[in-house]
Ligand binder design. Structure first.
Ligand code: ADP
Ligand code: ARG
Length: 344
């Protein structure tokens, strides 16, 4: 029996709505990957959440080939990455030129750079079974607790974590929230909170989220705008973790992630920045961020609002650009934003 074409609101502007033609749907609607992830699961988040920007999630590596007639145009649109383009990595901190754009600490509150990673040989989060999620948590926690020096810390499972501690970690921007409706519809919140947790060092400058949207989100962050130090710490952590955990990687698409927006470098480099004057004119603000391929988020992360003229500014492109270029994009844009704020 064939499934019916999903209903989209007249004002739906997701990439799913834009690229899912009747013809593509008729080719893909009954496709299932070898690990059992269906095309209907892949599009469910964007069908349920009509305000999605993208609307699709991969359940495993094979989703990116089996569902390519839909995923490829979405990837091309989001990253500006065509089917003949190639991705290449550069995680060399010496190649980054990003001296603190705000040495007097007038605008930048904090800097954070994260990468997503998933474990080779496993389905991605939307396609994981509970025992697989638990085994990933055990493997990653073990690898992390072996780290030393600045990276040394502890793993805290969400199961059994005190509510006050959890809420404080979220309020302080260290931990992911529960109940995200986009992840919910993608099947990423199944069996919550089992198998999820957070590792962090004492200073909370190095953190790893386990089994949120991706199986690992490796994070380096600190107060102020020293991008070079934050990047170097992140690279050091990635290098250490990959000694004991193999990551899912594809020659064309780079690091594979559950959401196609994170493919390639899987890197989001952001600052929390105070721009009270520039943000009064969102058109001009967006003109500068668009020019530098940047995204504006609120200060409590994605799908939140700016508060008191403070925003989260980060690189938008992650595929077909290197990690160094992601940070370099963000650096150049932040320099331009600060310059404009000063003029005003
Ligand atoms: P991600 O970056 O992992 O895709 P979010 O946009 O949901 O996810 O952000 C996760 C958390 O990280 C949120 O609490 C957000 O406020 C915090 N965060 C992001 N960038 C910064 C930053 N530069 N400084 C401090 N916290 C940040
Ligand atoms: N699925 C959501 C949407 O389409 C989020 C997309 C990008 N963000 C993410 N966390 N993967 O709007």
């Amino acid at each position: 029996m064939s499934a019916t074409f999903p209903k989209f609101d007249s004002d739906c502007s997701s990439l799913l709505c834009r690229y899912l033609s009747q013809q593509t749907f008729s080719v893909l609607h009954d496709k299932v990957t070898a690990s059992g992830y269906t095309f209907l699961q892949a599009i469910n988040s964007g069908v349920v959440n009509q305000d999605s920007g993208v609307g699709v999630y991969a359940g495993d590596a094979e989703s990116y080939t089996l569902f390519a007639p839909l995923f490829d145009p979405i990837i091309a649109d989001y990253h500006g990455f065509s089917s003949t383009d190639t991705h290449c990595s550069n995680l060399n901190p010496e190649k980054l030129f990003a001296p603190d754009p705000d040495p007097d600490a007038k605008y930048i509150l904090s800097t954070r750079i994260r990468v997503g990673r998933n474990v080779a040989g496993m389905p991605l989060g939307p396609g994981l079974a509970a025992p697989q999620r638990k085994s990933i948590e055990a493997q990653v926690a073990k690898s992390l607790t072996n780290l030393s020096g600045e990276l040394a810390g502890n793993y805290y499972s969400l199961t059994g974590m005190d509510e006050t501690v959890r809420n404080q970690l979220i309020a302080d921007h260290f931990l992911f929230k529960a109940g995200d409706r986009f992840l919910e519809a993608a099947g990423l919140n199944r069996d919550w909170p089992a198998g999820r947790g957070i590792f962090h060092n004492l200073q909370k400058t190095f953190l790893v989220w386990v089994n949120e949207e991706d199986q690992l989100r490796i994070i380096s962050m600190q107060q102020g705008g020293d991008l070079e130090v934050v990047f170097a710490r992140l690279v050091k952590a990635i290098r250490e973790i990959e000694k004991s955990v193999s990551f899912l990687f594809d020659a064309r698409l780079g690091y594979l992630t559950s959401c196609p927006t994170n493919l390639g470098t899987a890197m989001r480099a952001s600052v929390h920045i105070r721009l009270p004057k520039l943000s009064l004119d969102m058109v001009d603000f967006k003109r500068i961020t668009d020019l530098h391929h940047l995204q504006i988020r609120g200060i409590h992360g994605e799908h939140s609002e700016g508060e008191g003229g403070i925003f989260d500014i980060s690189n938008k492109r992650r595929l077909g650009v290197t990690e160094v270029e992601c940070v370099q994009d963000m650096y150049a844009g932040v320099v331009a934003l600060i310059q404009q704020e000063k003029v005003l």
